[in-house]
Design a protein around this ligand. Structure first.
Ligand code: GDP
Length: 412
C-alpha cells in the first residue's frame, strides 16, 4: 500500500537556512524558476528517530507529532506512506516527498520486510518508464526515489543480518545512505569503532552506498570539504523536536539530559550538519542525476530484456520517443555530412579547373614572352649589323689612308 498525505507542514517557510540557496549558480537560477523536487525514502525500525530526524533536517513538522512514538506497536505489514511538503528556503522552492516504510523490521520474522520497499522503488521506476513511452521528458512526473536513508540501530557492535539483507536488496536500485540513528546513545569512541565495523561489513558484502565524489575541476576547498564528508560516512546523527534558547538569545535544537545538552546542529556532538550538507546543499542534484542515468537506466534495460525485448534500436524505436528522436537526429546528421562532402567535392573540382586554367595562361604568357624576347634579340642583332655597315660606308678616308692607298695602288 502506498498512500500519499500532506505533511503537517505542507507549505512551510523555513526558519533555518538549510542550504538550498547555496547551490551552484546555474542550478540555483534554474531552480528559482522551476523549484526543486526531491523524493527521499526513510527506512528503519520504528522508534529509531526517522520522523524526528527528517523534521530536524528540513526544520519543519513533515511528520505529524506522535505522542506514543516511544511505544512500538508491531504491524504485520510494511505500509508505505508518502508525505509531501513544499518548502521555501531563501526564495528557493523545494517540493519534498518523504516516503516512509512503517512497520519495517518490527516483527519477529523480518525475513521479507525488504520486499514492500523494493516493490515500491520498482513501481516508481515502472511509472516513469510508462510515462517515458508516452510523453516528452519535460512533462514526466518524476516520482523515483532519489535517496534512501537507512537507519542503523545504535547497537555499537556491527551490522545485523536484517541490515545486511536489506541493503543487499536495495543497493542496486537506489542511492543508499546508511546513518547511525540516535548517535547520542553511544560515546564518541563507541561511534568511531561502530562506524569502522559497519564500513568493513559493507565492503565485505559488496554493498554499494552513496559517496560524494570530486574531480580535478573542483576547487581545493571543495575537495577538502568532500573528503571530510566521505570520512564521516556512515553519518552518526541526532534529531530532536525540542529547542532551547541560549544566553545569547539563539534558539537551538537540542536533546536535554540530566548530565548535559546534545546540540543537533553542533558538529562536535554529531554528524547532523555534514549529513544535511551532503543531502540538501552539495549533493541533491548528484543524487537525482545518478538515479536517472545510472540506477533507472540499469533497471530499464533489465526490465526490457526480461520482457523479451532485445536492446536494439529497431525494437526500442517502437515505443520509446527519445530513441526515435535520437535516431532521426542521427539520420539528419548523416544527411548533412553527405551534403557537406558533396559541396566540398564540387568546390575542389572548381578550384582544380581554375588552377589548370591559370597554369595554361601562365604557360601561354611565358611562351609569348619567350617569342618576343627572341624576336627582340633578332631585331637587335640586325640593327647592330646595319649599324656596323653604315659606319663603314659613311666614314671619310683620312689623308694617311689616302697616301697609303696611293702608294699601294698607285693612285693619283
Ligand atoms: P521513528 O519511529 O523512527 O520515526 O522515530 P521517532 O522520530 O518517532 O522517534 C522515536 C523516539 O525517539 C521519540 O521519543 C524521539 O524523541 C526519540 N528520538 C528521536 N531522535 C532521537 C535521537 O537522535 N536520540 C535519542 N536519544 N532519541 C531520539
Amino acid at each position: 500500500m502506498d498512500s500519499t498525505k500532506l505533511g503537517a507542514g505542507s507549505k512551510a517557510k523555513l526558519q533555518t537556512h538549510v542550504g538550498l540557496s547555496s547551490y551552484p549558480k546555474q542550478v540555483y537560477e534554474h531552480s528559482l524558476k522551476t523549484g526543486f523536487k526531491f523524493n527521499m525514502m526513510v527506512v528503519g525500525e520504528s522508534g529509531l528517530g526517522k520522523a524526528t530526524l527528517i523534521n530536524s533536517l528540513f526544520d519543519t513538522k513533515i511528520f505529524a507529532e506522535n505522542e506514543d512514538s516511544n511505544i512500538v506497536i508491531p504491524s504485520k505489514n510494511v505500509d508505505i506512506n508518502t508525505m509531501s511538503t513544499e518548502l521555501l528556503d531563501s526564495g528557493v522552492k523545494l517540493r519534498l516527498n518523504v516516503i516512509e516504510s512503517a512497520g519495517f523490521g518490527d516483527n519477529i520474522n523480518n525475513e521479507d520486510c525488504w520486499k514492500p520497499v523494493v516493490e515500491n522503488i520498482e513501481s516508481r521506476f515502472d511509472s516513469y518508464l510508462t510515462q517515458e513511452n508516452k510523453m516528452p521528458k519535460s512533462k514526466i512526473v518524476d516520482n523515483r526515489v532519489h535517496a534512501l536513508i537507512y537507519f542503523i540501530k545504535p547497537t555499537g557492535h556491527s551490522l545485523r543480518a536484517i541490515d545486511i539483507n536489506f541493503m543487499k536488496k536495495v543497493h542496486s536500485k537506489v542511492n543508499l545512505i546508511p546513518v547511525v540513528a540516535k548517535a547520542d546513545m553511544l560515546t564518541q569512541d563507541d561511534i568511531a569503532g561502530f562506524k569502522q565495523r559497519i564500513m568493513a561489513d559493507i565492503q565485505m558484502h559488496g554493498i554499494n552506498i552513496f559517496k560524494p565524489t570530486w574531480d580535478s575541476s573542483d576547487s581545493s576547498d571543495m575537495v577538502i570539504e568532500t573528503k571530510e564528508l566521505v570520512s564521516k560516512i556512515p553519518f552518526a546523527v541526532v534529531g530532536s523536536d525540542s529547542f532551547m534558547v541560549d544566553a545569547n538569545g539563539i534558539k537551538r535544537r537540542v536533546r536535554v539530559y540530566p548530565w548535559g545538552i546534545v546540540e543537533v546542529e553542533n558538529s562536535a556532538h554529531n554528524d547532523f550538519i555534514s549529513f544535511r550538507n551532503m543531502l540538501v546543499k552539495s549533493n541533491m542534484e548528484e543524487l537525482k542525476f545518478l538515479t536517472d542515468v545510472s540506477l533507472y537506466e540499469a533497471y530499464r534495460t533489465q526490465k526490457l530484456l526480461s520482457m523479451g525485448h532485445v536492446q536494439d534500436n529497431s525494437v526500442f524505436r517502437e515505443f520509446n520517443p527519445s530513441v526515435l528522436y535520437e535516431e532521426e537526429r542521427r539520420l539528419q546528421e548523416i544527411k548533412m555530412q553527405k551534403m557537406e562532402a558533396e559541396m566540398n567535392a564540387v568546390f575542389m573540382q572548381k578550384i582544380q579547373e581554375k588552377e589548370s586554367k591559370l597554369k595554361q595562361s601562365e604557360e601561354e604568357l611565358y611562351a609569348r614572352h619567350k617569342d618576343m624576347k627572341l624576336s627582340l634579340e633578332k631585331q637587335r642583332n640586325e640593327l647592330e649589323e646595319r649599324k656596323k655597315k653604315m659606319e663603314t660606308v659613311a666614314r671619310p678616308i683620312t689623308p694617311m689612308e689616302k697616301k697609303t692607298k696611293k702608294g699601294l695602288f698607285n693612285l693619283s
